[in-house]
Design a protein around this ligand. Structure first.
Ligand SMILES: Cc1cc2nc3c(=O)[nH]c(=O)nc-3n(C[C@H](O)[C@H](O)[C@H](O)COP(=O)(O)O)c2cc1C
Length: 203
């Protein structure tokens, strides 16, 4: 098949997110201006530079036309923390994706313990294997389509990185110690369990 997204795909579900898969999941904590913690998963997420380390997350519009809490909080406070989701915390991650009220603390909803961050104000998940403290760098509003608002992309600089001691094996980050979760299409996920290496060509 071939389709132009502006004309629709004719399938029961939009295949785009199943095509661009697997996607890493940013489990993002932030603080409202009232100081209430927020936590939510974002799989339109990736690293985009490494010196200094920069990453992006993208917030899709919601039918009510309001911004998602993560976007509102980051634009208001300039700070957030991105965690990597281990397979063992998949259910807690899923709980935090619910559309709760703005000042509803998803750490409490999911029964997650908070730990203070070192540089930024938003707390981090105490037992997450990886937590990256970020400062907002720049944001981009994308055009909408067919009368629906566009997505909003946040770029942030990673200013502090927490790595659990158990995740470092012989000085290298070993993802098989925590098995990061990845997002596929529809309601599907994958888990990183198999790792292999390839040497670069010597030219
Ligand atoms: C695995 C997963 C990935 C998600 N990725 C995104 C995403 O990239 N962008 C987005 O706008 N919403 C995404 N969502 C939906 C948000 O998590 C959901 O709308 C949540 O309620 C937003 O919370 P907030 O308003 O506290 O930011 C995702 C949900 C799940 C379960």
């Amino acid at each position: 098949m071939f389709y132009e997204p502006k004309d629709g795909h004719g399938l029961p579900h939009n295949p785009f997110k199943a095509i661009v898969a697997p996607r890493p999941i940013a489990w993002v904590s932030s603080l409202s201006t009232e100081g209430v913690a927020n936590l939510a998963p974002y799989s339109f997420f990736n690293a985009v530079a490494d010196a200094p380390p920069m990453l992006m997350i993208s917030s899709s519009p919601v039918p009510s036309n309001e911004d998602k809490d993560t976007l509102t909080n980051i634009l208001n406070t300039g700070e957030f923390v991105v965690h990597i989701v281990p397979h063992a915390m998949r259910d807690a991650m899923n709980v935090t994706s619910g559309g709760y009220a703005h000042n509803d603390d998803e750490f409490k909803r999911a029964g997650l313990e908070k730990a203070p961050s070192t540089i930024v104000a938003p707390p981090r998940i105490a037992n997450a294997p990886i937590a990256m403290e970020c400062r907002h760098h720049v944001n981009l509003g994308f055009p909408g389509q067919n009368g629906v608002r566009g997505s909003h992309v946040i770029f942030g600089e990673v200013v502090g990185i927490h790595i659990a001691d158990e995740a470092l094996v012989d000085g290298k980050l070993d993802v098989t110690t925590y098995n990061p979760l990845a997002r596929l299409g529809y309601m599907d996920y994958s888990t990183v369990r198999d790792v292999f290496s390839l040497d670069r060509p010597k030219v």
